[in-house]
Each structure stands twice: as structure tokens, then as C-alpha cells.
Ligand binder design. Structure first.
Ligand code: BDR
Ligand code: CA
Length: 324
């Protein structure tokens, strides 16, 4: 049974306890902004952070994760993910995120080293120790979550929900059919989509509408604290690449996966049966959504479609204000 927007809202209305979450990403400018947002919210309790190879090599995304955590004063364990996708070679997105994977503003050095275990092991440990089921928020390729499900199938019931950035029902961005995160590790994505765990999919259908315009960067910068000026710098860097493709603003993809947990009312979506193409010649990494319900299969994902852009920008402004 997919946990839809309405029953997520019911959950939040019925509890005053912060929701335990795991952040898993490949930072990455938009991952970093997603984490700024998550860390600022009292409704969320971050149990741990795990890095994945995607936008850059695992060494670089792990280092970036440590630097972001230092910037945000996020004192939870960080574990390094696998050095490559489950069964394939890595693809990186240095054209989008730069040589370091997080080019732009200067950042503090990590406060501590990653823990000695792998990302999947740390996730498993947090799931085992948590009294309540946990939400995983993957904003990179699904390698670590796929590994977790392969290695610890018995822990599935401890995963309440997966709110992920990845895929696109209508189109791709790295190929005509595939979005970057799913293209990098389609095998892991297939494991996740077929797991039966409730999924919210923040795919390109919605994230390319989560645009932050240059005038919004200035609004964020004017908040006047250090995190606000770093976020404005990240947005400028991220926009530079997208501007060359004709985007009127920076699509802050990954922050939508966090927004779905805290402000579902500013999003719309649809329950769909989604299959991941792992073999296709032209469509490898595509997330094929059964829009016309021809498969006869029950939905396995709540696929987001639209976002109230102004409310999203307000949410980011509110997030950086927290760090004042
Ligand atoms: C996704 O790819 C990465 O470059 C971004 O961080 C985001 O997670 C968008 O396709
Ligand atoms: Ca990402």
C-alpha cells in the first residue's frame, strides 16, 4: 500500500514527534540545499548521513558531505557509500557540479572522519536502533539503498517511506529517456521500486518546476547569515550551467524530496506503477510510469507532478533564516 500524500499528512497531523530520517546523497549543489532544508526543520530528526557516488567520485561526495555537515553543525555519523554503482561503472556530473562536485563558495573542513563501516551498514544500524520506522531520503543514485535492501531484507519493515529524487515520467535529462540518478544505477533503482516500500518520487516532472530565479538568490543572500550567503553562492554556480541550457532559474531537484515530507500541501502528484528500464538500448535508466493503467499492477510510487514555486522559495528562505 503506497503511503500517499493524504496519509502522509494524516501522519504529521497525528504526531508531535520529529520524524527520524536518513539523508543519502551525492553532494552536489542541490543535495547540499536539500540538507540545509532538512537540518532546519523541527519535524525531522536526522539519524545519519551517507554518501553515494554520482555527481562526483565517492571520495569527493563524501568529503563534500563532511564539509556541508560542518557548515550546518550537523553532528551525526557519516558513512561512505560504495565506490561504484552495484553492477556498473560510475558516471559523474562534473559538467553540472564542477571538479570538486560542489564548486563555488568556500566551505569549512569536515569536523570528523566518516565512520569505519559502509553506508549500508550505518543505515542498517540506525534502522535497528530506531524505535520507530525511518524515512530514507536518497538524493543521488540508489546504490546504497539497493545494497541495504540486498544485504538486510529483514529490515524492510523498519523503513517507513523512501522520499527520493530521481527519474521522470515524461522525460529524462542525461539521456532523452533517463534522469541522471536512475541512469547511474538502474539496477539499484529497480530493487528500490520493486521493494514494496512506500515511495514518493520527486522526478524531473516536478523538480524542473522547482526553479529558483536569480532574484530569489538575492532574497536568500539578504537573509544575511553565513549559510544564506553560501546557499546563494551554490545557487549561482548551479544556475550558471542551467542558464546555458535556457533554464530561467536553478532547478533545485533534491530539495523537493525533503519538501514532500514537510510541506506536502505545496505539491501535487499521482499514484503510479513505475518500472525501471535496466537494459534498453535507448531507454536504459528510464522510469516508465503506467499512466494509462494498462499493466493491471497496483501503484508502487506516489509520483510528484507540480509544486507551488513561490511557496518552495519561501521555504528555502525560511530554511536559511534558521541558521541566523
Ligand atoms: C539529479 O542529478 C544530480 O546532478 C542532482 O544532484 C540531482 O540529484 C538531477 O537529475
Ligand atoms: Ca543529487
Amino acid at each position: 500500500m503506497v503511503e500517499t500524500r493524504s496519509n502522509i499528512q494524516t501522519f504529521y497531523a497525528s504526531t508531535s514527534q520529529p520524524l527520524p530520517i536518513i539523508l543519502d546523497g551525492d553532494p552536489g549543489h542541490d543535495d547540499a540545499i536539500a540538507w540545509v532544508l532538512a537540518r532546519s526543520r523541527p519535524e525531522l530528526r536526522i539519524l545519519c548521513v551517507t554518501s553515494v557516488c554520482g555527481n562526483q567520485t565517492i571520495e569527493k561526495t563524501t568529503y563534500n558531505a563532511g564539509r556541508i555537515m560542518a557548515l550546518l553543525g550537523m553532528d551525526v555519523p557519516l558513512a561512505m557509500g560504495l565506490p561504484k554503482p552495484l553492477f556498473r561503472d560510475p558516471i559523474i556530473a562534473d559538467t553540472v557540479h564542477g571538479k570538486t562536485g560542489l564548486d563555488g563558495p568556500e566551505l569549512p573542513e569536515p569536523m570528523k572522519s566518516p565512520v569505519a563501516c559502509s553506508a549500508a551498514e550505518l543505515m542498517a544500524q540506525c534502522l535497528k536502533e530506531s524505535d520507530e520506522p525511518v524515512v530514507i531520503v536518497p538524493t543521488g543514485p540508489l546504490t546504497n539503498v539497493g545494497a541495504l535492501l540486498l544485504l538486510y531484507p529483514e529490515l524492510k519493515s523498519k523503513i517507513r517511506h523512501i522520499s527520493l529524487m530521481g527519474g521522470g515520467i515524461a522525460r529524462g535529462n542525461w539521456t532523452p529517456a533517463a534522469e541522471f540518478n536512475i541512469l547511474v544505477d538502474p539496477d539499484a533503482a529497480k530493487i528500490v521500486f520493486e521493494s514494496g516500500i512506500p515511495i514518493t518520487m520527486a522526478g524531473l516532472d516536478v523538480t524542473e518546476r522547482a526553479l529558483v530565479y536569480p532574484e530569489d538568490f538575492e532574497r536568500i543572500r539578504r537573509v544575511g547569515n553565513h549559510v544564506a550567503s553560501v546557499v546563494a553562492g551554490w545557487l549561482e554556480f548551479f544556475y550558471h550551467f542551467h542558464q546555458s541550457l535556457g533554464y530561467p532559474g536553478a532547478p533545485v531537484h533534491d530539495a523537493v524530496a525533503v519538501t514532500a515530507l514537510i510541506r506536502p500541501e505545496i505539491l501535487t502528484g499521482e499514484d503510479l506503477y513505475v518500472q525501471v528500464e535496466t537494459k534498453g538500448v535507448f531507454c536504459r535508466g528510464a522510469t516508465v510510469g503506467d499512466l494509462n493503467k494498462v499493466s493491471g499492477k497496483p501503484p508502487n510510487a506516489y509520483c510528484l507532478k507540480d509544486i507551488n514555486r513561490n511557496a518552495f522559495v519561501d521555504l528555502l528562505v525560511e530554511a536559511v533564516t534558521y541558521y541566523g
